[in-house]
Design a protein around this ligand. Structure first.
Ligand code: PEP
Ligand code: MN
Length: 273
């Protein structure tokens, strides 16, 4: 990796194309869905809401990295099946988290994009294995990772020949307590400038709350993000994970309207279609 690139040097923009969707072409890709796939009905319901509001990719965790081993750990393979079925029914691509290299063949078969979570950004064995596949990998920033460590983690995937990398800024741990993490807006133009790969912003995990998702989406769009990932749930109060930060359908509709306005405001090229 060339982390000595001078700030004036221009890196060409890298696009990631998956299932007919191009990420990083100047428009803002919307990834939305529940933190975890909880049952068939739930993921089908969210998929319909995501599709109806103009989202592109359905998210849903089946293998969940929970802080407490006593918390819901995800439905595993059954969850992947429901996610894939919901994506197919509503014409959405899918993304889900990979925690263990042993699950790579299964997840590659069931989902369109593999997500590496914040806790696994430093799992170099997993990253090397993901370098061998030919599917897009979204690499979330480690909550204690510097931008340089994050860029170097991506090199483990790229070195294997997998060029379909998406970066996801999801906030870093700071001394601040009013938000779950602190969204590092500056990483968006820095990573875009240094690597050229698309940068997705996840305001849900960055904040841990629903009331400031819209302003942070606006800020991310203004800073040049290529996509947003937002948690949505039919009944956040009953969610098995991350209910506190999950938007209701009504809140998601409002967020999508605000996102579209922000894209229009930023420029005609920066569209949300
Ligand atoms: C998630 O996307 O549900 C998730 C666990 O995110 P992170 O790895 O950023 O905490
Ligand atoms: Mn979550």
């Amino acid at each position: 990796m060339d982390n000595t690139t001078s700030s004036d040097e221009k890196i060409s923009k890298r696009q990631v194309t998956v299932g007919g969707l191009t990420i990083g072409n100047g428009s803002v890709t919307i990834i939305a869905g529940p933190c975890s796939v909880e049952n068939r009905e739930q993921i089908f319901s969210v998929a319909e809401a995501v599709r109806n509001n103009g989202g592109h990719i359905l998210r849903g965790g089946a293998f969940k990295p929970r802080t407490s081993p006593y918390s819901f750990q995800g439905l595993g393979a059954e969850g992947l099946k429901y996610l894939a079925e919901a994506g197919r029914k509503y014409g959405l691509l899918t993304i889900t988290e990979i925690m263990d290299a042993h699950d790579i063949p299964l997840i590659c078969e069931m989902a369109d994009i593999l997500q590496v979570g914040t806790r696994n950004m430093f799992n170099y064995t997993l990253l090397k294995e993901l370098g061998k596949i030919r599917k897009p990998v979204m690499l979330k920033r480690g909550f204690m990772a510097t931008i340089e460590e994050w860029l170097l983690a991506a090199e483990y995937i790229l070195m294997g020949g997998n060029e379909q990398v998406l970066f996801c800024e999801r906030g870093i741990r700071t001394f601040e307590k009013y938000t779950r993490n602190t969204l590092d807006i500056s990483s968006i133009p820095i990573v875009a400038k240094m690597k050229g790969f698309p940068v997705i912003v996840d305001p849900s995990h960055a904040t841990g709350r629903t009331d400031i998702i819209i302003p942070l989406c606006r800020a991310a769009i203004a800073a040049g993000c290529d996509g947003l990932m937002i948690e949505v749930h039919p009944n956040p109060q009953k969610a098995k994970s991350d209910g506190m930060q999950s938007l209701t359908y009504e809140q998601f509709s409002k967020a999508m309207a605000a996102i579209k306005r922000a894209c229009t405001f930023m420029s005609e090229e920066n569209s949300c279609d």
